[in-house]
Design a protein around this ligand. Structure first.
Ligand code: NI
Length: 171
């Protein structure tokens, strides 16, 4: 089921998500819904708090359009190693129509649980590394716009207000 994606400045997006204690049917359904919601948007990543569920689950698929789908669902993901520094333009399904460069690590290793409850590690570089860092941030109530400079954030707030007003008048 495709769920509604919360938009900034929804207060839920600022909250810290809780670790998943047990992977039961509810969690499996949630992960399925997250993947469907992400693909429908479409986006390359989605964290559970973006659909209003404060649990530490992320769904990511950074495969190119002409490649087969490559869904990653990571439960309780944690960055255990990071190196390098890059700056790529990012967007977010919860911050429609706004993009900004964000400084991230170029390579990360993540540990967490798969949807089957198996301990797993993901080695990520490039876009996948950025996606992991962006989605894990969501679990701690951090949005990519929290990483931009105060000056840029002021510009963002004004631009975004207009974007949301335009969106409102279209509906
Ligand atoms: Ni996001």
């Amino acid at each position: 089921m495709v769920r509604k994606i919360l938009s900034y400045p929804d207060p839920e997006l600022k909250k810290i998500s809780l670790a998943v204690e047990q992977i039961d049917d509810e969690v499996r359904q949630l992960a399925k819904d997250m993947a469907e919601t992400m693909y429908a948007a479409p986006g390359v990543g989605l964290a559970a708090p973006q659909i209003g569920v404060l649990q530490r689950i992320v769904a990511i698929d950074t495969s190119a359009k002409d490649e087969p789908a490559d869904l990653i669902v990571a439960i309780n993901p944690e960055i255990i190693y990071a190196e390098g520094e890059c700056c790529e333009e990012e967007g977010c399904l919860s911050v429609p129509e706004y993009y900004a460069d964000v400084k991230r690590h170029t390579k990360v290793i993540i540990k967490g649980l798969s949807i089957d409850g198996e301990e797993q590690q993901w080695e990520a570089e490039g876009l996948l590394a950025v996606a992991f860092q962006h989605e894990i941030d969501h679990l701690d109530g951090i949005l990519f716009v929290d990483h931009i400079s105060p000056l840029k954030r002021g510009i963002f707030r004004r631009k975004y207000k207009k974007i949301m007003m335009d969106k409102g008048s279209q509906e």
